[in-house]
Design a protein around this ligand. Structure first.
Ligand code: ZN
Length: 166
């Protein structure tokens, strides 16, 4: 009888742990099914495991105005329907001369474009007009500020309506 009570209590605790684990996983943007299963296996220990895992990073998105698919906030043209957001072109017209600033600028460019450092180097070698990039209007000032902070000279012009690539 006593054994049965303990067993029942365990089942309740484990079931509640599994349920709560799923809820926490959903809130932290992680796989719900996997974390419910973890709760079933680990019981209350699952909360300790949760505490050790940070919430999963999820990039900010917005819907495409034409087809409604989710796109990253920095995307200037829709992958699905080719809709183009109104954007401006940011061009680096002069890079800093000293090696340290130049390295910092290359880091910014490589990060902004998501390209390897070596490719960013090649890009800056094609100055006086390099780093050509379509940027969403609300992100221009921040991008320009980052480039200017490392000594680049930057020109911003509206993207021509017939520009076909972003
Ligand atoms: Zn679209």
């Amino acid at each position: 009888m006593r054994v049965l009570t303990v067993l029942l209590a365990c089942i309740v605790v484990w079931a509640l742990s599994a349920y709560a684990s799923g809820r926490i996983a959903a809130r932290k943007n992680r796989g719900v099914r996997r974390w419910v299963l973890m709760g079933v296996v680990l019981g209350p220990i699952v909360f300790l495991v949760h505490a050790l895992y940070p919430a999963r990073y999820s990039p900010e998105t917005r819907p495409c105005p034409q087809c409604g698919k989710r796109l990253g906030v920095r995307v200037v043209a829709c992958y699905h329907c080719q809709y183009r957001f109104p954007s401006v072109d940011v061009m680096i017209t002069r890079a800093p001369a000293d090696a340290e600033s130049r390295r910092a600028l290359l880091n910014e460019v490589a990060r902004e474009y998501g390209i390897p450092y070596a490719d960013a180097t090649g890009m800056l070698d094609s100055l006086p007009v390099a780093g050509f990039r379509h940027v969403m209007p609300d992100q221009v000032s921040e991008y320009v500020r980052r480039l200017e902070a490392v000594g680049a000279t930057v020109t911003v012009v509206p993207t021509p309506p017939d520009a076909s690539r972003g």
